[in-house]
Design a protein around this ligand. Structure first.
Ligand code: UD1
Length: 430
């Protein structure tokens, strides 16, 4: 199994190209099941999760061809992928496939809307809490679906004549359930109104693509989404929006090590709250023509408190990275996680590098230390793993991160992007 070896101490200087967003690419790929025509997605990141979803969509009958690359400094950072599901050959998403990635559960929406039935295994994914599917079930039931859970599978069927538009107000904000309900409603009879919808930019990106396919969606990106059902959807061509989590991660890496880096092909408006928090730590952040410039000079890292929240709040997917940054702050900071109940597994690994962190319920108290020291650590989930990389970049000596398959699920060419900016990061294959 691969490991990543990091020798800390270097400042970051240069340009980092930001990839297309994993969390947009996945629902966009799944939306291709809604049409028998071809959906072409540009700027799709090359990640293990994308490869896994390609296998899952293929199992339902999608023909998938990959071509077109985005070149940068002689390396390709993204692909154009064509998805054509002329016929759906299976409406079952089996345990062996779905258990590897939670988002694959989302095929339930398009399969149910287009074929009138779906049998989808209950999901797996990152071990960051219980992550139930009750909101998906309630939402789809509001469109008339009949849903039963049996033997680890969710069996959903639409009434004769298909799903019907309905009104559903989420009791809790869910990104995935908003994606699924919005996709299912595009082909329902009549009008659907989704209240307390997730406002994440990836939801708006999916709606933009669905509208290009002929859907009639308004309000995506706000708390209320209205969908007027149409008979069928056509193909389209859509460019995946930039990855705001990758953007924030590298911005925090620069704030941690010091230096001067341009994050290219991204947009500050996708992560205002996180950038503001990074600014308060002492880094200078400015917008450039092509992206964002992050600079931190000699001054130390100021302690800053954050609380995670649904968009536009501070993203839970940047919580671990921010904790990595706070380990070297000049004082005491607090981080409160409100989205997932078990998302502090990085704490004990950061402690191995010398961080001083104590937990009380959903809040971590971080007492900044003046030096971290490299150590062997283990990646525990996708975002937690990259917090270890951030800390290791500023630690003295060598850190070996094992279980890097977590990183490969969500960060395209991480070691290359950092190495080009002067960091000492290499992949070691055993
Ligand atoms: C998505 C993101 C993930 C991010 C998360 C929150 C993708 C592929 N993944 O995950 O990176 O961390 O949003 O921003 O886009 N919940 C329920 N019942 C449900 C569904 C969710 O109780 O039926 C709960 C979850 O356990 C969690 C909260 O709702 O506590 C938010 O989860 P949700 O927004 O659904 O996360 P995902 O869509 O899985």
């Amino acid at each position: 199994m691969d490991r990543i070896r990091i020798v800390g101490g270097n400042q970051l200087q240069g340009v980092i190209p930001i990839s297309g967003a994993k969390n947009a690419a996945l629902p966009l790929m799944i939306a291709s099941l809604l049409t028998d025509d071809t959906l072409t997605l540009e700027n799709v990141p090359h990640l293990a999760d994308v490869e896994q979803l390609i296998r899952i969509l293929g199992n339902h009958g999608a023909d998938i061809s990959v071509n077109g690359r985005r070149e940068r400094q002689g390396e390709s950072y993204a692909r154009t992928i064509h998805f054509t599901s002329r016929n759906i050959v299976s409406t079952t998403a089996p345990y062996e496939l779905v258990s590897k990635m939670r988002a694959s559960f989302w095929v339930i929406g398009p399969l149910l809307a287009r074929e009138g039935k779906a049998r989808v295994s209950l999901p797996g994914g990152c071990a960051i809490g219980t992550r139930p599917v009750d909101l998906f079930i309630e939402g789809l039931a509001a469109l008339g679906a009949n849903i039963e859970i049996d033997g680890g599978y969710v069996n959903a069927t639409a009434p004769e004549g298909g799903l019907t538009g309905g009104r559903y107000v989420f009791p809790k904000v869910s990104v995935g359930a908003t994606h699924v309900l919005m996709m299912a409603a595009t082909l329902a009879n009549g009008m659907t109104v989704i209240g307390n919808a997730a406002r994440e930019p990836e939801v708006a990106d999916l709606a933009k693509c669905l509208n290009a396919m002929g859907a009639k969606i308004t309000g995506a990106g706000t708390g209320t989404i209205t969908i007027e059902g149409v008979r069928s959807l056509s193909g389209a061509r859509h460019r995946v929006l930039p990855d705001r989590i990758e953007t924030g991660t590298y911005a925090m890496a620069v704030a941690m090590t010091g230096g001067d880096v341009i994050l290219e092909d991204t947009e500050a408006s996708l992560l205002d709250t996180a950038l503001e928090a990074i600014r308060r730590t002492g880094a200078e952040i400015s917008e450039t023509n092509s992206g964002i410039r992050v600079v931190r000079n000699g001054a130390g890292i100021r302690p800053v408190d954050i609380v995670t929240d649904p968009f536009p709040g501070f993203p839970t997917d940047l919580q671990a990275q921010f904790m990595g940054l706070m380990t070297k702050s000049s004082g005491v900071s607090h981080i409160t996680e409100t989205i997932f109940e078990n998302r502090f597994m990085h704490v004990q690994e950061l402690a191995r590098l010398g961080a001083k962190i104590s937990l009380s319920g959903q809040t971590a108290k971080i007492e900044g230390v003046s030096r971290l020291k490299g150590a062997p650590v283990m990646a525990t989930d996708l975002r937690a793993s990259v917090s270890l990389v951030i800390a290791a970049l500023a630690a003295e000596g060598e850190t070996m991160v094992s279980r890097v398959y977590h990183l490969d699920r969500g960060f395209e060419r991480l070691e290359e992007k950092l190495t080009r900016c002067g960091a000492h990061v290499e992949r070691v294959s055993d």
